[in-house]
Ligand binder design. Structure first.
Ligand SMILES: [Zn+2]
Ligand SMILES: [Zn+2]
Length: 158
């Protein structure tokens, strides 16, 4: 059924596969698997997470192939590298529909989660204007303990 195919192929994945074809690159194997996995995520993933995610869906792709696919996608500006300061390279789809968000990082379990905040966006624009900058892009990373880790913490003094 056609609708089912459309639902399984989010916009970014379709664009990325078109981009690979336009660049004269084969879209099969590891590249396709990486594109389909990333397209289903709402935030960034490390190469290792991508490899594990693909493996969980029943295909085996080596981590070196995942890195090669990510390099190619980054060169084509279809993915961007996200650095949240923990030394792990993560990658996120560059979405045409301006899927702008920031990141929360848990220092205990390493989880990275997306968040959006409209007043924060406006505050950043205002701050940049006050400082005489035209804001082209910005990254905001909040660090701390995620809800799971926080609840797992021993009570003070224990
Ligand atoms: Zn993200
Ligand atoms: Zn955590």
């Amino acid at each position: 059924m056609r609708t089912a195919i459309v639902l399984e192929m989010p916009t970014w994945s379709a664009l990325a596969l078109d981009g690979l074809r336009a660049a004269g690159l084969r879209r099969g194997g590891a590249r396709r698997a990486v594109v389909e996995y990333l397209g289903a995520q709402d935030c960034c993933c490390s190469a290792q997470e991508i490899r594990e995610g693909i493996a969980a869906s029943g295909s085996a792709v080596g981590v070196a192939s995942v890195y090669r696919a990510l390099d190619t996608l980054a060169e084509l500006r279809l993915v961007q590298r996200v650095d949240v300061g923990d030394g792990v390279a993560r990658f996120e789809p560059v979405r045409a529909d301006h899927h702008h968000h920031h990141h929360l990082v848990c220092d205990d379990c390493g989880r990275v989660a997306p968040f959006t905040d409209e007043p924060l966006e406006r505050a950043l624009e205002r701050a940049a204007g006050r400082l005489g900058y035209t804001l082209e892009q910005h990254d905001v990373v909040l660090r701390g303990a995620c809800d799971d880790c926080r609840r797992g913490l021993a009570p003070p003094g224990a």
